[in-house]
Design a protein around this ligand. Structure first.
Ligand code: MOS
Length: 699
C-alpha cells in the first residue's frame, strides 16, 4: 500500500486528496480562519452540580483592560426555541450540572478573555445532587425508546424458564466507565453576526460532523430563517460523535457575536472544558445471562442494561442493541433502564451501544466457552442464526462466520492452548482472546442531496454538504463521483463541509459514505440522463439518496471478528497488547487505505477502552477529576503495537449502489472483550469492569 497510486478505481488505496493541505498546515480548520479584527471568547462555567445562580458579579472582569463585555443570564434576551435544553444557554440562573455555561467573557485576546472569565464571581444556592450511576438506584426508569429510535425492551419466549432449565448457565454483571471522545482538534467555533433585520446573517466557521445540521439547529435556536445561517466546516480534526449535534459553546459564541457589533468571535474550548460540555459515553452496568446446552448451543440470552442520562435532557444509549441480532436462541430478552442524574448529557461515541454492550455479551460468551469446554470461535459458529433472531428477516449479508474463520487462519488461533494461565515466558503471562463485532446498517433517509455540475474542459464539480471529520470523505466521495460519471478521478472537483451546499446528513452512524455516495450516484445518473456525456459548462443535476427498497425486507448489519494477544507481567501485572487482528465484513470497500485507517484507528480506540479510558467524577462536587490528557490516558504509540485490520470480500446488494456498508464504527466493537478474554486466558482472572488496570489483577 505504498507509493503513488494512479488508479482511483473503487477499492483502490487512493491517497487522501486533502493530505498535502493538512501536512503543510494550510488546511483551514475553524479557529484558523483569517478574519479582520477578531475578538476572543472564554466560557464561565458553573461550579456546583445543581442549584441556582443567585448573584453573578462581572465588575472586576469588565474593568480589565481589553475586555469588551461579559454575558450572563441576567441581561440575556430570550432565545427562540427551548426544544433542546442543552442549547438553552444563559436563559436562567438554573444549574443542571457542574461545568454548565453560565457566562461568556469576550476580549481582545484569548488570555484576557480567560482572565476575565476567572474574575467573574458567582453566588449559588446549591441543591443536593447525585452524579453516581448505581445498579441499586431506586429511581431507574424505562425510556420510551432508545437511540436512535428503537424499542426499549425486547422479549421472545420464556427467558426465565429457559435459564432455569439450562444445563449450563452464565450470570454475570459487567461495567464500563464514562469515556470522553478527545478528538485532537478541540471544539472550536468562530461566529460572525452581520447586519440586522432583513440583512441579518449568522456565519459560523465551526468544527462539527455536519454543517447542514448545525446550521439548522442554530437557525431554530435563534429563530432565524435557515437561509440566514451559514456554517463552514471544510476540515475537522476528529469528533467520534462529540461534534454530531450543536452544543452550548456554539450558542454561546453566536450570542457573543450578536453583541460584538459585527466583529468575529473566536471560541476554542480548552481540553478541560471538553470534559464538561461536549458529551461523553455513558457509563453502563450490564447483567448478561446465558443458558446453554452442554455443547454450548444457546437456549436463552438476557441482556439487561443500565446507563445514565442528564436530568434536564434525555439520552438513552442502546447498550443491548448488538445482542438482539448476534446469536440464535429461542428465548431472548433485552432491556434498558436509565438513571437521571445531575450530570452533563451523554452523547453518541464511536459505536454508541455496541462498544460497551458487546464488551458484556462477548465477555459472557467467553465465560460460556470456558464453562462448556468449547473453543470460543467454535462456540460462536455453533450459535450462528440463519435468519435475524430479532426480526426473523434474512440478512442482506452476514459473514461473521467467514470473519471468524479467516481470523483463525491469519492469527494462528488453531495452535492455541485452551487452558488459562499456563504460559509464562520471561516473567510475563501470555494469552489470546477472541470476540465478535457487529454494527447496524441504518437504511437510507433521503436526507442527503448532491449536485453535479459540468465545468469547462470536461471537468465536473460535485457539491454536497457532507463532512470529512478525518475519515477520508474528501477522497472517497471523489472516487464514487468519478466512477459514477465514468471520468478520471482528476476530472472531479468535490465541495463539502458547507451549509450552503446541498443539504446532507451528518457524519454519524457509519452512514456517511453510504448516504452521500448514494446521493452522488443518483445525481450522476440524473445528470447523464439529462445532459448525456458531452455536457455544456454549467449543465447540472441534483438528486437525493433514494429510499432503500430493501428496508424492512432484509436485516442489514456489518460484522467482524477481533483477535487479541496479551502479555500480563507476572509480578507487576502490567498489561501489554502485542497483537490485535480484526477481520471485518463491511460490504465493498471503496478505498482500502482510508478504510484500513478507519478500522485500525477504531481498534486502537478499543484497546484504549480496554486498558486505559475512565472518566472519574467526584461524587461530592460533580466534576471530572481527571479531565485532561495527563489524567485521562488514551492509547498512544507505546500502547499500540501490531494492530492489523483486514476484511473479507463482500458486496452487499441491498444497502446502496456501491455495495458498501459502514466502516467508521465497527472497528472498536469487540476489542475490549477480546482483550479481557485474552487477559483471562493469560491469568485465569476474569475482569468484568473496564478498564482492565493492573490493580484489578493483583488479587
Ligand atoms: Mo457517530 S458515534 O454515530 O457520531
Amino acid at each position: 500500500m505504498t507509493g503513488l497510486v494512479r488508479t482511483a478505481a473503487i477499492g483502490a488505496p487512493v491517497a487522501r486528496i486533502d493530505g498535502p493541505a493538512k501536512v503543510t498546515g494550510s488546511a483551514p480548520y475553524a479557529f484558523e480562519c483569517r478574519l479582520d479584527r477578531p475578538v476572543y471568547a472564554h466560557l464561565v462555567q458553573a461550579t456546583v452540580a445543581r442549584g441556582w445562580v443567585t448573584a453573578i458579579d462581572v465588575t472586576a472582569a469588565q474593568a480589565l483592560d481589553g475586555v469588551l463585555f461579559v454575558l450572563t443570564h441576567q441581561d440575556m434576551p430570550r432565545l427562540a426555541s427551548d426544544h433542546d435544553r442543552e442549547l438553552w444557554v444563559l436563559q436562567s440562573g438554573q444549574v443542571w450540572y457542574r461545568g454548565q455555561v453560565i457566562g461568556v467573557a469576550v476580549a481582545d485576546s484569548i488570555e484576557i478573555a480567560r482572565e476575565a472569565a476567572r474574575l467573574v464571581t458567582v453566588q449559588y444556592q446549591a441543591e443536593p445532587h447525585e452524579v453516581r450511576l448505581r445498579a441499586d438506584s431506586q429511581d431507574l426508569y424505562k425510556p420510551q425508546t432508545v437511540n436512535p429510535a428503537l424499542v426499549t425492551d425486547t422479549a421472545e419466549g420464556d427467558v426465565a424458564a429457559a435459564l432455569a432449565a439450562a444445563p449450563v448457565r452464565i450470570d454475570a454483571t459487567y461495567t464500563t466507565p464514562a469515556e470522553y471522545h478527545n478528538p485532537i482538534e478541540p471544539h472550536t467555533t468562530v461566529a460572525i453576526w452581520a447586519g440586522a433585520g432583513d440583512a441579518e446573517h449568522l456565519t459560523m466557521y465551526d468544527s462539527n460532523q455536519g454543517a447542514s445540521r448545525i446550521a439548522e439547529q442554530l437557525a431554530q435556536v435563534f429563530g432565524l430563517n435557515p437561509s440566514r445561517v451559514t456554517v463552514i466546516s471544510p476540515f475537522v480534526g476528529g469528533a467520534f460523535g462529540s461534534k454530531s449535534r450543536a452544543k452550548a459553546h456554539q450558542v454561546a459564541a453566536a450570542l457573543a457575536a450578536r453583541q460584538a457589533a459585527g466583529r468575529p468571535v473566536k471560541l476554542a474550548l480548552t481540553r478541560r472544558q471538553m470534559f464538561a460540555g461536549t458529551g461523553y459515553r455513558t457509563p453502563t452496568i450490564q447483567r448478561v445471562q446465558l443458558g446453554a446446552r452442554a455443547d454450548g448451543t444457546l437456549t436463552a440470552i438476557a441482556h439487561d442494561a443500565i446507563s445514565q442520562t442528564a436530568r434536564f435532557k434525555e439520552f438513552a444509549e442502546q447498550t443491548a442493541l448488538g445482542t438482539r441480532t448476534m446469536y440464535a436462541a429461542p428465548h431472548r430478552r433485552t432491556t434498558h433502564r436509565l438513571a437521571a442524574l445531575d450530570v452533563a448529557v451523554p452523547t453518541v461515541m464511536r459505536a454508541p451501544g455496541e462498544s460497551p454492550g458487546m464488551f458484556a455479551l462477548e465477555s459472557a460468551m467467553d465465560e460460556l466457552a470456558a464453562a462448556c469446554g468449547v473453543d470460543p470461535v467454535e462456540l460462536r459458529l455453533r450459535n450462528e442464526p440463519e435468519l435475524d433472531p430479532e426480526t426473523g428477516l434474512p440478512y442482506s449479508t452476514r459473514n461473521l462466520a467467514a470473519c471468524l474463520r479467516e481470523g483463525t487462519r491469519r492469527f494462528g488461533w488453531q495452535h492455541r492452548d485452551p487452558a488459562p494461565g499456563t504460559r509464562p515466558a520471561d516473567g510475563w503471562l501470555a494469552g489470546t482472546g477472541v470476540a465478535a463485532a457487529t454494527y447496524p446498517v441504518y437504511p437510507h433517509t433521503g436526507g442527503s442531496q448532491a449536485t453535479i455540475r459540468a465545468l469547462a474542459g470536461g471537468r465536473y464539480r460535485v457539491e454536497i454538504g457532507a463532512a470529512d471529520i478525518g475519515t477520508g470523505a474528501w477522497t472517497v466521495l471523489t472516487q464514487i463521483a468519478a466512477d459514477a460519471l465514468e471520468v478520471p478521478f482528476s476530472m472531479v472537483e468535490l465541495q463539502l463541509g458547507d451549509s450552503r451546499l446541498p443539504a446532507a446528513t451528518p457524519a454519524v452512524g457509519a452512514m456517511g459514505t453510504s448516504n452521500w455516495g448514494s446521493a452522488i450516484i443518483a445525481a450522476a445518473r440524473a445528470f447523464r440522463a439529462r445532459h448525456g456525456h458531452q455536457p455544456a459548462p454549467d449543465d447540472e443535476a441534483t438528486a437525493a439518496d433514494p429510499a432503500n427498497p430493501s428496508a424492512g425486507k432484509v436485516a442489514m448489519h456489518a460484522f467482524g471478528a477481533q483477535f487479541a494477544e496479551v502479555r500480563v507481567h507476572a509480578d507487576t501485572r502490567e498489561i501489554r497488547v502485542p497483537r490485535l487482528l480484526g477481520v471485518f465484513a463491511i460490504g465493498r470497500v471503496i478505498n482500502s487505505r482510508t478504510v484500513g485507517s478507519q478500522l485500525t484507528g477504531a481498534m486502537t480506540m478499543g484497546l484504549s477502552m480496554a486498558l486505559h479510558e475512565e472518566g472519574v467524577t467526584d461524587p461530592r462536587f460533580g466534576h471530572v477529576i481527571n479531565g485532561d490528557l495527563a489524567g485521562y490516558h488514551i492509547a498512544a504509540h507505546a500502547d499500540a503495537q501490531d494492530i492489523q485490520a483486514t476484511w473479507i470480500d463482500e458486496h452487499d446488494p441491498h444497502y446502496n449502489p456501491m455495495g458498501a456498508k459502514g466502516a467508521g464504527e465497527i472497528g472498536i466493537v469487540g476489542v475490549a472483550a477480546a482483550i479481557a478474554n485474552a487477559v483471562h486466558h493469560a491469568t485465569g482472572i476474569r475482569i468484568r469492569e473496564l478498564p482492565i488496570t493492573p490493580d484489578k489483577l493483583l488479587t
